[in-house]
Design a protein around this ligand. Structure first.
Ligand code: PLP
Length: 397
């Protein structure tokens, strides 16, 4: 197959303005000017014009005092969860917070006692990996098992990892960095184990809307009322609609005691969220379906292009993500005797996330963000390929 086939045009990606020179993008400004940044998880893509229109109107209002979400926004989130994920929620279950990461730290802060621990699955998004130590409690890590075609949950290992003090399980679904979208039977089994061991489930579902092929997202709390009662679901429009810098996320907490705990955990830290974030979230969920459909099509074609190209990289193995715009690459076979993210940064001028930050046993991995223009992706892969070729040439000498 021609490796360049299946290129989709999307002006939001293809005409994305220069983020390094014209904005304060962390992704583009963290590294030197000659580096292509395929690391931190936001997209090089203009957001939905409907969101921009709503933001312009809000800016023209001219007053930016502390915010309080309008009742319409609570209802819009309820409608979003019901229409997309068949989960019927109540407006009073929703709490806004300035970020999903803040949200899971907030609930752990409120409820953790000395001797408690947090169960997580690895490889894990670094703030999930660090959530327990931030709160000075311990962390039980259970690795996802990896076959040639899938990351899967080893349910026996999962249950064995629960210790007497384990109080919380942080689920990340869709999973960052593997891109797994867990199925209903998998979620039902996890839920049953959490119920048996009386764990509070903190479910990070920030990537829920970016799904490929026929994968479906199921909020774990939607499995049963019993599970909903012990679950804090965290999500946002931020990742999906590329508005993460506006710092507006939400928690859905059916149980009133957990809701109070969430408020207590936020005391002195989170009062109101960014008013522009509230406006953007409302516009995204009201009007953003068409933009999102086009965005997913572009991301999927980038994903497929990436995986066709990877066939030519001897020594890199990866499993196609089912959702997210992240690819998790095992570089063990490259035999470069060096941390692969450092290798690619130095020799290819491509910034990828270091696998070791997702769990210490993943130092031979990198995470690649393909939420960029096809041109950027092509250039990054060309640079990575020639860096490896040069390395092999030099090592032969
Ligand atoms: C799984 C996951 N959770 C949370 C976040 C960050 O969320 P927020 O910016 O709302 O704190 C990210 C960002 O990459 C993520 O991948």
């Amino acid at each position: 197959m021609n490796k360049n086939e299946n290129s989709t045009i999307n002006k939001n990606f293809d005409l994305c303005p220069n983020r390094r020179e014209e904005s304060e993008s962390n992704k583009w400004r963290f590294y030197e000017d000659d580096v292509l940044p395929l690391w931190i998880a936001d997209m090089d893509c203009i957001c939905d014009p409907e969101i921009m229109k709503a933001l312009h109107q809000r800016i023209d209002h001219g007053v930016f005092g502390y915010g309080r979400a309008k009742p319409e926004l609570y209802q819009i989130i309820c409608d979003h969860m019901e229409s997309k994920y068949q989960w019927k929620i109540q407006p009073e279950w929703i709490k806004f917070t300035a970020g999903v990461v803040i949200g899971f730290n907030q609930i752990i802060d409120a409820l953790a006692k000395p001797g408690d621990s947090v169960l997580i699955q690895t490889p894990a998004y670094p703030p999930i990996l660090n959530a327990a130590s931030n709160r000075k409690i311990s962390c039980c890590q259970v690795p996802l098992s990896c076959s040639s075609s899938k990351y899967e949950i080893d349910f026996d290992k999962f249950e064995e990892s629960i210790l007497p003090g384990t109080k919380f399980f942080i689920l990340c679904n869709p999973q960052n960095p593997s891109g797994r979208v867990f199925t209903r039977p998998e979620l039902e089994k996890i839920a049953a184990i959490c119920l048996k061991h009386n764990l509070i489930i903190i479910s990070d579902e920030i990537h829920k809307d970016i799904l490929f092929d026929d994968h479906k997202h199921i909020p774990i709390a939607s499995i049963s009322d019993e599970i909903a009662k012990r679950t804090v679901t965290l999500s946002a429009a931020s990742k999906t609609y590329n508005i993460a810098g506006l710092k507006c996320s939400y928690a859905i907490i059916p149980d009133p005691n957990l809701r109070d705990a969430f408020d207590i955990g936020g005391e002195g830290l989170v009062d109101s969220v960014n008013v522009l974030g509230l406006t953007a979230t409302e516009a995204a969920y009201r009007y953003g379906d068409t933009w999102l459909k086009d965005t997913i099509a572009y991301l999927q074609s980038n994903r497929d292009y990436l995986f066709r190209q990877l066939e030519d990289f001897d020594g890199i193995q990866s499993i196609k993500p089912e959702g997210t715009f992240l690819a998790w690459l095992n570089c063990q076979g490259l035999n470069i005797n060096q941390n692969p993210s450092e290798f690619f940064l130095t020799n290819a001028k491509v910034a990828l996330n270091d696998g070791a930050t997702f769990g210490k046993e993943y130092e031979s991995y990198v995470r690649l963000n393909f939420g960029c223009s096809r041109k950027t992706l092509e250039l990054a892969l060309e640079r990575m390929k020639s860096a490896l070729e040069n390395y092999q040439e030099v090592s032969k000498e």
